[in-house]
Design a protein around this ligand. Structure first.
Ligand code: FE
Length: 236
């Protein structure tokens, strides 16, 4: 076995994750949520989970202060714009929970139920500083199954939904967006989403087989909301 390759970032693409909205609140009036993929159960007795959040994110600030968070496990049917709202927008600019279906459980943190298949409420008891992120570990104080939809894995999000990873995610790898070139694929320069004509953008009503040039002028990136002018052709 060769030992010449020491660090192949692509190996990390094979680590499995899910796709979650993690929400928290500062007080009665301000709450926020963000997409997280690094969440896992870490103990059975007590039932405990850990989530890894970027220190720059507003949700990180709220979890640090309140020691509470909720996690919504997104289903495979979740449309890209919904993920984009929580993953590529900041709660410092918009109220991300406005117009989103939520419920209030035992902690008072709004729990996103829209497009979720199950949800958890957590009281943080430990935290670990991990460079750019903080790993928050806490006891599950609420948990419920919302429906029978299949939970979305990160691989499904990438391969089927054609989603992208923001730079603030713990699993972000700088050259992941390299894509096999094709004459008519276009890339969003804001978030890295690739528009592939063969896939179209069904979540926005664009049928597979629609060329980028034929998209309506008011079409926007399904992930981050950028306009057509923010796209550049993917070179062969
Ligand atoms: Fe985008």
């Amino acid at each position: 076995m060769s030992s010449t390759v020491r660090l192949q970032p692509e190996a990390l693409h094979r680590v499995g994750y899910g796709l979650y909205v993690v929400s928290s609140r500062r007080n009665e009036d301000s709450a926020n949520g963000q997409i997280a993929n690094a969440l896992m159960q870490v103990s059975g007795e007590p039932m405990a989970v850990a989530v890894c959040l970027n220190k720059k994110n507003l949700t990180h600030e709220y979890v640090s202060a309140s020691r509470l968070f909720a996690a919504s496990i997104l289903s495979e049917e979740t449309p890209l714009p919904f993920i984009g709202k929580f993953g590529f927008k900041s709660g410092r600019d918009i109220d991300k929970l406005a117009g989103v279906e939520t419920l209030t459980g035992v902690t008072g943190v709004p729990i996103v139920t829209q497009h979720a298949t199950a949800c958890l409420e957590v009281e943080v008891e430990r935290e670990l500083d991990v460079w750019t992120h903080t790993l928050f570990v806490g006891r599950v104080v609420g948990a419920r199954v919302l429906n029978d939809a299949r939970p979305m894995s990160y691989a499904f999000y990438h391969d089927v939904k054609r989603g992208v990873t923001p730079r603030s995610a713990p699993s972000y790898v700088p050259h992941q967006d390299k894509e096999e070139a094709s004459v008519s694929k276009y890339k969003c320069i804001v978030c890295g989403y690739i528009y592939d004509p063969s896939a179209g953008d069904p979540d926005s009503g664009v049928a597979p087989g629609t060329a980028f040039e034929d998209l309506p002028d008011d079409w926007v990136c399904p992930v981050c909301g950028a306009g057509k002018s923010e796209f550049e052709k993917v070179e062969e």
